[in-house]
Design a protein around this ligand. Structure first.
Ligand SMILES: NC(=O)c1ccc[n+]([C@@H]2O[C@H](COP(=O)([O-])OP(=O)(O)OC[C@H]3O[C@@H](n4cnc5c(N)ncnc54)[C@H](O)[C@@H]3O)[C@@H](O)[C@H]2O)c1
Length: 271
C-alpha cells in the first residue's frame, strides 16, 4: 500500500534534464534529485553542469552527474546518449528543457536573420528530436518512462507586443523581444508531445508538455509591471512554481496523463 506522496517519489529513477544548467533546468535537477532521482544535468555549458551536479550530490547524498552535450549536433547527442545508457542502462525521465537565444535573437522581425532562425530551430526542435530518438527507444523497450517537453506560453498564445516597449534584461543588457522563431519552436514542442504520446503510449512511455509563463529572472521593472498587468494573478512566476508540475509529470503521480499540456502561467492564457 502506498500513500499519496509515494506516487511522487523518484527513488532509484534516472532523470535526464537538458538545459540542466539554466535558470529553470538547474532547479528541475535539484528538485528531481530531492524526490530521489539520479539526475543527469545535461547542457552545452560543461562547467556549469559539472558544478551543479556536484552541488546536488552534496546536498542530496544521491549522485548527480553533469554530462555536456550540444543538442544541435547529431554526433554529440549520439555520444551523450550512449554515455548515459552505458552508465545507467536506462532512463526513466527525460526533460527536454534546453532552448537557445542565438546571437541575433532579440532582433525585430524585419531584421531577423535566417542564421538565427536556423540556430534556434536546431536546438529547440531538432534537439528534442535527437534526444528522444536516442533515448526514447530504450524507454519503450523497457515499457516505462516519462518524457516532459518544455514549451512556453508563446507556443500557446501570441506575445502582446505592447509589453516590450522600454523592457530590458538587466544582465543581458538588451531589449526584450520574443521572436517569431521562439513561438514557432514552442508550438512545435506541443505537437511533438502529442505525436510521441500516441507513438509510445502503448509501450508505457508517457509524453507531456509543461508550459511555463514568464518567470522573473532579470527583466527590468518596466517589463515586470507590463507583463504582470496581463496576468490574472498580477505577477510573474518564480522558478520554484514550475517544479511542482514537473515532479507531477515525471512521477507515477501522473501515471494516466499522456499527451497533455500543463500550463503554469498564473492564468495568463485563461482570458
Ligand atoms: N524563463 C522563462 O520565463 C520561461 C518561460 C516560458 C518557457 N521557458 C522555457 O523553459 C526552458 C528553460 O528556460 P530558462 O529560462 O531556464 O533558460 P536558460 O537560458 O536559463 O536555460 C537554457 C539552457 O539550455 C542550454 N542550451 C542552449 N543551447 C544548448 C545546446 N545546443 N545544447 C545543450 N544545451 C543548450 C543553455 O546553456 C542553458 O543553460 C526553455 O525551454 C524556455 O523556452 C522559460
Amino acid at each position: 500500500m502506498t500513500n499519496a506522496l509515494d506516487r511522487f517519489s523518484l527513488k532509484d529513477r534516472v532523470a535526464v534534464v537538458t538545459g540542466g544548467a539554466g535558470i529553470l533546468g538547474s532547479l528541475y535537477c535539484l528538485r528531481l534529485a530531492e524526490a530521489g532521482a539520479q539526475v543527469v544535468a545535461a547542457d552545452i555549458d560543461a562547467g556549469r553542469c559539472d558544478k551543479l551536479a556536484s552541488e546536488i550530490t552534496t546536498s542530496t547524498g544521491i549522485e548527480a552527474v553533469g554530462l555536456s552535450v550540444d543538442l544541435s549536433n547529431e554526433a554529440s547527442v549520439k555520444a551523450w546518449a550512449k554515455r548515459i545508457l552505458d552508465k545507467y542502462g536506462h532512463v526513466d525521465v527525460l526533460v527536454n528543457n534546453a532552448a537557445t537565444k542565438s546571437p541575433g535573437f532579440f532582433a525585430p522581425l524585419d531584421k531577423f536573420k535566417v542564421e538565427d532562425w536556423n540556430r534556434v530551430m536546431a536546438v529547440n526542435v531538432t534537439g528534442i528530436f535527437l534526444a528522444v530518438r536516442e533515448l526514447g527507444p530504450s524507454m519503450a523497450e523497457r515499457g516505462k518512462g516519462s518524457i516532459v517537453n518544455i514549451s512556453s506560453i508563446y507556443g500557446v498564445a501570441a506575445p502582446d507586443q505592447r509589453i516590450y516597449e522600454g523592457s530590458w534584461y538587466e544582465e543581458l543588457g538588451g531589449a526584450i523581444n520574443t521572436p517569431l522563431i521562439y513561438s514557432a519552436t514552442k508550438v512545435a514542442v506541443i505537437a511533438m508531445t502529442k505525436y510521441l504520446a500516441a507513438y509510445w503510449g502503448a509501450k508505457g512511455v508517457r509524453t507531456n508538455t509543461l508550459t511555463p509563463g514568464g518567470v522573473s529572472s532579470g527583466q527590468n521593472s518596466v517589463f515586470a509591471e507590463k507583463y504582470s498587468a496581463r496576468v490574472p494573478m498580477g505577477r510573474m512566476a518564480l522558478p520554484e512554481e514550475m517544479a511542482g508540475a514537473l515532479l507531477f509529470l515525471a512521477s507515477d503521480a501522473s501515471s494516466y496523463v499522456n499527451g497533455q499540456n500543463i500550463i503554469v502561467d498564473g492564468g495568463l492564457t485563461a482570458w
